[in-house]
Design a protein. Sequence first.
Length: 325
Amino acid sequence: MEEIGIVIVGGGIAGLATSIALHRKGIKSVVLERAEKVRSEGAGIGTLSNGWRALDQLGVGDRLRLNSSLIHKARTMLIENGKKREFVSNIVDEARCIKRNDLVEALSDALPKGTIRFGSHIVSIEQDKTTLFPVVHLANGNSIKAKVLIGCDGANSIVSDYLQLNPKKAFACRAVRGFTKYPNGHGFPQEVLRIKQGNVLIGRLPLTDNQVFWFLVHMQDNNHNGKDQESIANLCRKWADDLSEDWKEMVKICNVESLTLTHLRYRAPSEIMLGKFRRGTVTVAGDAMHVMGPFLAQGGSAALEDAVVLARCLARKVGPDQETC
Ligand SMILES: Cc1cc2nc3c(=O)[nH]c(=O)nc-3n(C[C@H](O)[C@H](O)[C@H](O)COP(=O)(O)OP(=O)(O)OC[C@H]3O[C@@H](n4cnc5c(N)ncnc54)[C@H](O)[C@@H]3O)c2cc1C
């Protein structure tokens, strides 16, 4: 059986960032990702100052700043029974929206070649009876023994099941995210704009002068599974039907391929405070640990912070001079 020092399950934001953070401390790791290439669902991602600090620590902040513009304000409108209430706050710290694919590409480019093993789907984990180290079993029949196993495998984490964490809770709502291009420029101010009207919450963040990232949440229409891109697009058009013309237009002319439909889940803060997130040399990070609703735009930034902090802690135990891989 192959033996590896540090195995990270999942090559999303948390997994790639953790591997880079370790690499920058001189510690090798291997990322096992079930997909066949680097990819990230969800179109764009709002990234706040804690996320940018972590990206700078990982050495990829400046590359990402090149393709994302600063956001200066957050505006929220509540429209109920024809009445509109508006709340505006200035954003003094760094806030930008980035394309998710730009983010995961920048992270994967910062890793030494061969760190990510694509097509590696972990199907089960057990503890080696003699050494007590974790053994991961892959869908292709191979097994790997790890000295340290870090689960960065997202909201449906198999590693969090191994740690016997409680299942995540579901919000009674679904969200769609996507991009819309405006060939002649969108002309919107550099602000996050969110509107809550009836059962719909819609928001928009400018990415560049001619492209916006948007999300659309329906608080009650919870039964749709979005079997294909066109059906997700039709669902969005239905949800946006009562909104003003500019929002309807944004949804109508969106890039259908960019759309993703997500059933929102969360781990309750009390569980995060009281939960046991380590068993022997196995732990979790990112959504596998603390999946949360998108309402604070913090899941991705928190995953990046996890990576920096986890590598700092591991480096104290497993210095670069020690044989880990
Ligand atoms: C609607 C919505 C909007 C959001 N908006 C924002 C925002 O604006 N800002 C923000 O910071 N956050 C936002 N988030 C949260 C953010 O998307 C997540 O917190 C972040 O993507 C978590 O990254 P992760 O790497 O932990 O998990 P994921 O991105 O889910 O990555 C997990 C990886 O593990 C792989 N994997 C899973 N299981 C296995 C397995 N068994 N074997 C091998 N590989 C496996 C997957 O293929 C995937 O690549 C939003 C979330 C939603 C749903």
